[in-house]
Design a protein around this ligand. Structure first.
Ligand code: 2P0
Length: 346
């Protein structure tokens, strides 16, 4: 009887904790073919980072709550953040057939909205913790499809190593998911030397920014065509484990995305003068070595991600550290995908 009672008690606790890491794209997601289902116009490829860029999230569903509650880094989240998390939890509730509201605590190992793709690790961790707490037992593929609904790039953070998010073509999103294309062990020598050039929250959110680009940039259609070639170059280089074979394509891809942003109206400008100085430094670095041993890439923000190999890591780190306007430099390795933790945040 005691056993049955404790079993019953355990099954009533709808609480789970998950951790995931941020990912930084080599081939970017910038544009949707369906807003509600978050279906992108093109495939994207990223590396998942190590635990320096991680989010831990605990979710508990309970009958006692009237509203969802969200705490980020131990403080009450802003109303628009609660609204976004709540809309995502609605997707989970619908899948699980439950109505209970949830308490969510989320902790980042890095500053939120510093352009370090925090929404990717945030929604990947939320997807894993919330689905587990709701009693759903999703595969990693299903988890990537769920995380996608919160934030497109979150679909990629479910997996470790090199990850491709497949855009698919169906209208219901059933063929749109992320998959690992190379495990982290294969990229033990890869580094992302990150230069924080501005740690403030970004001005234009990605979702509205990409809409603005599709609507107004005449370069956007050319981007959608040209991204296919870069995708193939990067995918092949990843499968071969050859960093230098993809480094030019990585830089061209970042330039191409930021060109369509600048071509949007009103223009979207994420890069600052320090970002451009870093671009120069990386190009000079490669000229000096006579080959592309480092590659910069920028997301929806001015912080530089300079991918290189361990051989050049220290030299690149020192160059970026020596720049007066660079606030902080950190070096990340390639990391793992989603993990369920036994220890809860509350
Ligand atoms: C990416 N980005 O592929 C691209 C490159 C930014 C530039 O996915 O909704 O993280 O702003 O939190 O999905 C950013 O979009 O968006 C993104 P929000 P999300 O990584």
């Amino acid at each position: 009887y005691q056993n049955i009672k404790s079993l019953l008690f355990i099954s009533l606790i709808m609480k789970a904790t998950a951790t995931t890491n941020a990912n930084i794209a080599l081939i970017k997601y910038w544009g949707r073919r369906n807003d509600e289902l978050v279906l992108p116009t093109n495939n994207s490829i990223s590396f998942t980072m190590d635990d320096q860029l991680k989010t831990i999230t605990t979710v508990e569903f309970s009958d006692k709550l009237q509203h969802d509650q969200l705490y980020i880094d131990e403080t009450h989240a802003k109303p628009h953040e609660v609204e976004r998390a709540s809309a995502f939890l609605d997707v989970v509730r619908k899948m699980a057939g439950i109505k209970k509201k949830a308490v969510v605590h989320s902790q980042n190992s890095f500053p939120k909205s510093a352009g370090l793709a925090s929404s990717a690790s945030a929604f990947a961790a939320l997807a894993a913790a919330a689905s587990k707490a709701a009693g759903l037992n999703l595969s990693e593929k299903e988890l990537s499809m769920l995380a996608r609904r919160g934030s497109g790039s979150a679909s990629r953070s479910i997996h470790g190593g090199a990850v491709e998010w497949v855009a698919g073509s169906s209208n219901d999103g059933s063929d749109c998911y992320a998959k690992q294309i190379s495990p982290p062990e294969k990229w033990a020598n890869l580094r992302n030397v990150i230069a924080i050039t501005n740690s403030h929250e970004k001005k234009v959110g990605s979702a509205s920014g990409m809409k603005q680009t599709i609507k107004s940039s005449s370069l956007y259609l050319a981007r959608v065509k040209s991204v296919e070639g870069r995708l193939e170059t990067v995918r092949n280089a990843i499968l071969k484990g050859d960093f230098e074979a993809m480094s030019d394509a990585i830089m061209q891809e970042s330039n191409n995305m930021h060109a369509t942003m600048l071509d949007s109206w009103p223009p979207i400008v994420y890069l600052n003068s320090t970002s451009f100085e870093i671009i120069d430094k990386v190009l000079d670095f490669n000229l000096r070595y006579g080959k592309s041993v480092a590659a910069y890439t920028f997301d929806a923000g001015p912080n530089a991600h300079v991918y290189t190999t361990s051989k050049y890591e220290k030299e690149m780190f020192d160059i970026l550290q020596g720049m007066s306007k660079v606030e902080k430099v950190m070096s990340c390795k390639v990391g793992n995908g989603v993990r369920i933790l036994d220890k809860h945040l509350f």
